[in-house]
Design a protein around this ligand. Sequence first.
Ligand code: NG1
Ligand code: ZN
Length: 544
Amino acid sequence: DKQRSILIESASRFPPPQGVKISYGTSGFRADASILSSTVYRVGILTALRSIQTQSVIGLMITASHNQVSDNGIKIADPSGGMLTQDWEPFADSIANAANPEDLVLLINEFIKKEHIPIGGVQSAEIFLGRDTRPSGESLLEAAKQGISSIVGAIATDMGILTTPQLHWMVRSKNKGTKVSESSYFEQFSNSFRCLMDLIPREDTSSSKIVENLIVDGANGVGGEKLEELKKLVKDLVIEVRNSGKEGEGTLNERVGADFVQKEKVAPLGFSEDDAGIRCASLDGDADRLVYFYIVPNSNKKIDLVDGDKILSLFALFIKQQLSVSNKDHPIKLGVVQTAYANGASTDYLKNLGLEVVFTPTGVKYLHEKAAEYDIGIYFEANGHGTILFSEHFISWLERRINELASTSEGSEQHKAALRLLAISNLINQAVGDALSGLLLVEAILLYNGWSIQRWNELYQDLPSRQLKVKVADRNAVTTANAETVVVKPSGLQEAINIEFAKFPQGRSFIRPSGTEDVIRVYAEASSQEAADNLAKSVAEHVD
Ligand code: NG1
Ligand code: ZN
């Protein structure tokens, strides 16, 4: 039939690379950009099918996040704005690796049957496309368009150069029936920020003086550029953007960006001793991660890192306070989601606040899913990817509560606390972790508390930790259980790790195969930096 011949013809223009197996990892496909066009083309087909099946807009983002500039990748946004449903990942894997057009069409037809996708009817499909600033993005975008248009009735709408969270937000908003331009994104977040600022207690306005300028490292990527736009609308903050990716500023993710700062614990390029003590933040290459830091004076640009765990703690503490003021009797389920990479001190801190803390494997798809089980679910990876989810049920309760308080005690602390919670739900990007939206919420809470970054950092003291990666022939030879804290295969390895960390006070270590790189990651934590380094090293030797 017609559909078949279109597919066979277009697929033959995108032959897969020889001798490489491509796999859908922690958050989509990622590889050297030169081998990705067939994968992107095929994912284009997948998004068209997903859009037909869900009768909603789907997002396709071309980015490799914090990876080096020569890499690229694909992330897919489902109708809710979250990541592609895990049920479809095996299909993504299998079509990405189909050897020729005939095999590809066979796999597609089987899947269409299995999922009862009403293809070839009157159904239409729409896919929003976005890409980061990588030079390979333009031609890969073309491959995506070809994949999409090879499914009859599907159209691609190019949203241009965007951060990953902007595209996810657009998908979510479109499917909710609201405006989706880039300017509506900036408006929503800047307006909600102003709204939260207006709810800072009057007598405390002097506290705003404590919070001095903010310097942001844009990783020489798309986030820096977008922050320049956003900051024009946010009058209460003075933000200086460095590494914004302008000509001559440096290379994407090269000794800059949230991943570099978090893993190396030194200041990114473009920062100097002159900046010591100042509040700084760093975004990653597609602006879905955010960490803060400050340079320690006279330390050769060493930093004190204020990571995702601490952002999570700041958010959790603030929300818990506002909840307890706004409401005394209605039970609200507030939950916190972390991974094994969360610093042990953060978990202790959160539990001591009386919060429910749960763990999932690495990867936002798992954390997000778990957080959605609560009225308010806060999740963060230590690397700075996270957000806050508010259930619809909770939001409608909150709106009723606000109306009630407006008539009985307008302007009371209770009323204001409820309004603050509502403002947070609009200020945080609930589709996915968003460095720009997260940054505004951090800034608002620091202003509210009158806190410096140093004061914030003192919420608890991180246990020293070390991360290493070990190159192996086959990373999938390692399998894990219990949110990746226990090695199942190869047998005997977990026992060896247990023996190692038992040697160190407060020792903890785990290993797992990376979902984005061809390595085994090693994490270790102990009571001193030297001990954490040694523990990581000896565990890594067992992996080799
Ligand atoms: P992998 O390569 O699976 O460890 C990394 C991060 C994840 C997540 C993904 C997606 C660490 C240890 N891992 O995954 O948390 O952010 O990239 O970008 O930071
Ligand atoms: Zn990213």
